[in-house]
Ligand binder design. Structure first.
Ligand code: CAA
Length: 259
């Protein structure tokens, strides 16, 4: 399928890579881009061959936020009635295979929120994260006030949401917003290495792990622990569990068939 605002490619037949591609607007996120992103992710989620996905941008910008030009003139009535601006953004939440954000340059506003919707973030050393919406007279509208405190705690989240200041990659790693920081030249190799590793594992176990970690953000500890235990036990019904454990016991590589 041809897209206008994203470029898509498949690496090693197993990893889907989406490059946000509105360079003149620093990959500002408009309706078309978010629709295309959602369509590409959904297609790969349903594709047996794909085991992991990566979303990335350019060296200068992962994404500089929602498209300010597109929303500048909206009234409350427009935005509310049409559920405008971020209505299509939650598609990413329904994706069951892992999605990695490989972030270089600016990840601001909706760009930071998009990165946080991914399962984890690998950053280049030139990455800058921020929620500058407050400087535009609004607040984050795609989960920033909810996902950021869960990721980094109240004080940092308040600092970022109330001042709009940008943090660099080192600070983002220190506070737990990103999982790894590498030199810009290594970013895609690092993300692809992680994605290929994940794609080679049992898909069923990988999806169960993602579902279970996500549960930690949405319910109580008791519910989360019970959910995890049920999934953990259920995995003993899979062929991949027999294969993975037999391979370990017999000191041989595991060959997962996702059954
Ligand atoms: N929307 C639309 N266009 C944008 C944009 C955005 N979010 N961010 C940058 N651009 C455009 C600029 O208007 C500019 O276009 P022109 O060349 O046509 O003038 C082009 O991208 C390059 O930008 P700059 O000249 O500003 O580049 P810079 O290097 O001087 O600054 C920047 C880079 C610090 C990222 C700056 O562009 C900036 O502050 N951008 C806005 C960031 C922002 O406020 N994001 C939050 C948006 S609101 C939101 O996201 C709501 C939500 O929660 C969903």
């Amino acid at each position: 399928m041809a897209y206008e605002t994203i470029a898509v490619r498949v690496e090693a037949d197993q990893v889907g890579v989406i490059t946000l591609d509105r360079p003149k607007q620093l990959n500002a996120l408009n309706d078309l881009l978010m629709n295309e992103l959602g369509a590409a992710l959904k297609a790969w989620d349903a594709d047996e061959k794909i085991g992991c996905m990566i979303i990335t941008g350019s060296e200068k910008a992962f994404a500089a936020g929602a498209d300010i030009g597109a929303m500048a003139k909206y009234s409350f009535a427009d935005a509310y009635k049409g559920d405008y601006i971020t209505r299509n953004w939650e598609t990413i939440r329904a994706i069951r295979k892992p999605v990695i954000a490989a972030v270089s340059g600016f990840a601001l506003g909706g760009g930071c929120e998009l990165a946080m919707m991914c399962d984890f973030i690998i950053a280049a050393d030139n990455a800058r994260f921020g929620q500058p919406e407050i400087k535009l007279g609004v607040i984050p509208g795609a989960g920033g006030t909810q996902r950021l405190p869960r990721a980094v705690g109240k004080s940092k989240a308040m600092d970022m949401a109330l001042t709009g200041r940008m943090i660099d990659a080192a600070e983002a790693e220190r506070i737990g917003l990103v999982s790894r920081v590498v030199a810009y030249g290594q970013l895609m190799d690092e993300a692809l290495g992680a994605a290929l590793g994940i794609a080679g594992l049992s898909r069923i176990a990988v999806m169960a792990a993602k579902e279970s970690v996500n549960r930690a953000f949405e319910g109580t500890l008791s519910d989360g622990l019970m959910f995890e235990r049920r999934l953990f036990h259920a995995l003993f019904a899979t062929h991949d569990q027999k294969e993975g454990m037999d391979a370990f016991v017999n000191k041989r590589p595991a060959h997962f068939t996702h059954q």
